[in-house]
Design a protein around this ligand. Structure first.
Ligand code: B1M
Length: 213
C-alpha cells in the first residue's frame, strides 16, 4: 500500500489539485507536520515532474497542472508554515525577476519568511527592475529577495541590483537571491548580499541580513 507521501507525489505529477488539497488535509489530520508533507510529498512530486519534463515525457500544459496541484497543497499548508506568531523582525520585498514565470519556490520563501516574523510584500512573477525600485521606495523594506529559475533570466537579477544602485537605493536594502540555477558565486558576482539554496536557507539568510539570526 502506498504511503500518503507517495500518493501526494503522484497527484502532483498527475496535476490533480483537488486530491492534492485533500491529501494534505488528511496528512495533517494524521499528525504529519506541514514541513514533512511539503518535503516528502509535494516537493518530491515536483522534482519528478522536473525530471520528466527534462526527458520530454511531460509538456508545459501538464507541468502547469502539476504546478497548480502543488499550489493547491501549499494553500492548505500556508497558514501553518507562516504561523509561528513571532513579532515582526523586518520587511521583505520579494519577486521573481523579469521574464520568469516560475513562482512556486519564491512563494515558499515568502511563506517561510512570514513564518519567522517578517512582513512580506510579494510582487509576484515577471517583475521588472523598475517595479522593484518603486516597491523599495514605497515600502522601505530591509531586504529585497529576487528569485529566478531560468538561466536566461538570472541576468535580470543583476539588472535589478543595478537599477537599485542607479536609484540611489542600494545602500538602504540588503539583496538576497535564490532559485535553481543560482549559486553563491553568481550572487557575489552580481553584488547581492547573499544566496539562499532553498526556502529555509532563504529565510535564515533574511534573518541574518537584518541581524535577527
Ligand atoms: Co519551467 N523550467 N519552464 N515551468 N519548470 C524549469 C525551471 C526547468 C529546470 C525544467 C527542466 O528543463 N528540467 C527549465 C529551466 C532550464 C534552465 O533554464 N536551466 C524550465 C524551462 C525551460 C521552462 C520554459 C522555458 C519551458 C518552455 O516554455 N519551453 C518555460 C519558461 C517560462 C518563463 O518563465 N518565462 C517554463 C514554464 C514553466 C511553467 C509555467 C509550466 C511552470 C511554472 C509554474 C509556476 O511556477 N507557477 C514550470 C515548472 C513548474 C518547472 C519545474 C518543473 C518546477 C519548478 C518548481 O516549482 N520547483 C522546473 C524543473 C525543476 O525545478 N525540477 C522547471 C519546485 C520549487 C519548490 O523549487 O523553484 O527551485 P524551486 O525553488 C526552491 C529553490 O530554488 C529556492 O527555494 C525554493 C524552495 O526550496 N529558491 C529561493 C527559489 N527562489 C528563491 C529565492 C531566494 C532563496 C531561495 O531568495 C530570494
Amino acid at each position: 500500500m502506498s504511503t500518503i507521501y507517495e500518493k501526494l507525489a503522484t497527484v502532483v505529477i498527475e496535476g490533480d489539485s483537488k486530491q492534492a488539497s485533500a491529501l494534505v488535509q488528511q496528512g495533517l489530520a494524521e499528525g504529519l507536520t506541514a514541513k514533512e508533507i511539503l518535503d516528502n510529498g509535494l516537493i518530491v512530486g515536483m522534482g519528478e515532474v522536473g525530471a520528466r519534463f527534462k526527458r520530454g515525457d511531460m509538456f508545459v500544459p501538464e507541468v502547469l497542472m502539476s504546478a497548480e496541484a502543488m499550489q493547491a497543497g501549499l494553500q492548505v499548508l500556508r497558514p501553518l508554515l507562516a504561523s509561528s506568531g513571532a513579532k515582526l523582525i523586518g520587511k521583505v520585498v520579494l519577486g521573481t525577476v523579469k521574464g520568469d514565470l516560475h513562482d512556486i519556490g519564491k512563494n515558499l520563501v515568502g511563506m517561510m519568511c512570514e513564518g519567522s516574523g517578517f512582513e512580506v510584500i510579494d510582487l509576484g512573477f515577471n517583475v521588472p527592475p523598475e517595479r522593484f525600485v518603486d516597491a523599495v521606495k514605497e515600502h522601505k523594506p530591509d531586504v529585497v529577495g529576487l528569485s529566478a529559475l531560468l538561466t536566461t533570466t538570472m541576468r535580470a537579477m543583476g539588472y535589478t541590483i543595478k537599477a537599485l544602485e542607479e536609484a540611489g537605493l542600494r545602500e538602504s536594502v540588503k539583496v538576497m537571491v535564490g532559485g535553481a540555477p543560482v549559486d553563491a558565486e553568481f550572487a557575489q558576482r552580481i553584488g547581492a548580499d547573499g544566496y539562499g539554496s532553498n526556502a529555509v536557507a532563504g529565510q535564515e539568510l533574511a534573518q541574518q541580513l537584518v541581524g535577527a539570526a
